[in-house]
Design a protein around this ligand. Structure first.
Ligand code: ADP
Length: 277
């Protein structure tokens, strides 16, 4: 098979694997450490709480977080056969389907991957997972705007994208660059909006107070400037980080204000998803 035919076949396999996904949403950020995985996981769980069929794919080669966030220790990913092709079965937890590059390799291995190697591994992971019918597949992207991100977007054509930033990061060019990459006329992945994480702090004994430690409304203003929707503010909170570390994301705890913030985000995403197709 010549390389063009090979590429065409590969793309056909990718398209076939995504056929049962109603809405593929890429979650990106300019830099790592802003809470992209936290937002992806809690958004996925909030959508599932609303009754949607949801998958979460961890494509962050630089720091796969799903194994930790869901306390899955190098899970035994099972393989099944469908139409003569070997496919991986996603791990099901808290009602969502999970797949992570971290399930497949040693903890530190992905960090050493470069361009094509990482792109190939991620493409294979996403397209060779038997996702089944899903209303939403949330794709936790690697941070930044390199070749890996570009290949993923061009191969999988997400229906929409969401960006996560923190108040300290608002002035930084890489958030804009990440948004511009999706918005680019050759790529044209609709930008659903911007989420500001770690926006404010609420002391547990003063649940009505919001301290905007790093300044207020920065995310809103950036969204306005870029002419995209602002999807909401997520507080910085010890509970969010403890829940992450315990493998029990906060969206599972219905009464928490942080869980409510993620539910509001999920509701906005559902509304936006109706307008992008
Ligand atoms: P990214 O995916 O952007 O690299 P993570 O979601 O892994 O970021 O988050 C980075 C760190 O910040 C983690 O230790 C996580 O528990 C913590 N974190 C993320 N969001 C919050 C928040 N809203 N409040 C407190 N800690 C948070």
């Amino acid at each position: 098979m010549n390389p063009f035919e090979e590429q065409k076949k590969k793309q056909e396999r990718i398209d076939a694997s995504m056929k049962s996904i109603n809405c593929l949403i890429a979650v990106g950020s300019g830099k790592g450490g802003v809470g992209k995985s936290t937002v992806s996981a809690n958004l996925a769980l909030s959508l599932a709480k609303e009754g949607y069929r949801v998958g979460l794919a961890d494509a962050d080669v630089y720091g796969p977080s799903i194994p930790t966030l869901f306390n899955i220790d190098k899970a035994d990913v099972m393989v099944t056969e469908k139409d003569g092709q070997e496919l991986m079965l996603p791990i099901e937890k808290f009602g969502i389907k999970l797949m992570s590059i971290g399930f497949m390799v040693d903890e530190n291995a992905p960090l050493m991957w470069r361009g094509p190697m990482a792109s190939n591994a991620l493409t294979q992971m996403l397209s060779e997972t038997l996702w089944g019918e899903l209303d939403f597949l949330i794709l936790d992207m690697p941070p930044g705007t390199g070749d890996i991100q570009l290949t993923l977007i061009q191969s999988f054509h997400p229906h929409g994208s969401i960006f996560v930033c923190t108040p300290q990061q608002l002035a930084v060019a890489d958030v804009r660059r990440a948004i511009n990459m999706f918005d680019n006329e050759n790529i044209k992945v609709p930008v659903m909006g911007l989420v500001e994480n770690m926006s404010y702090f609420t002391p547990s004994d003063m649940p009505d107070k919001k301290y905007y430690i790093f300044g207020q409304d920065g995310g809103k203003k950036l969204a306005q400037e870029l002419n995209i929707d602002f999807l909401g503010e997520i507080p910085i909170s010890q509970s969010v980080s403890e829940c992450n570390d315990n493998g029990n994301p906060i969206a599972m705890l219905f009464d928490y204000t942080e869980a409510k913030a993620f539910m509001q985000l999920a509701n906005k995403v559902v509304e936006k998803s109706k307008t992008i197709k």
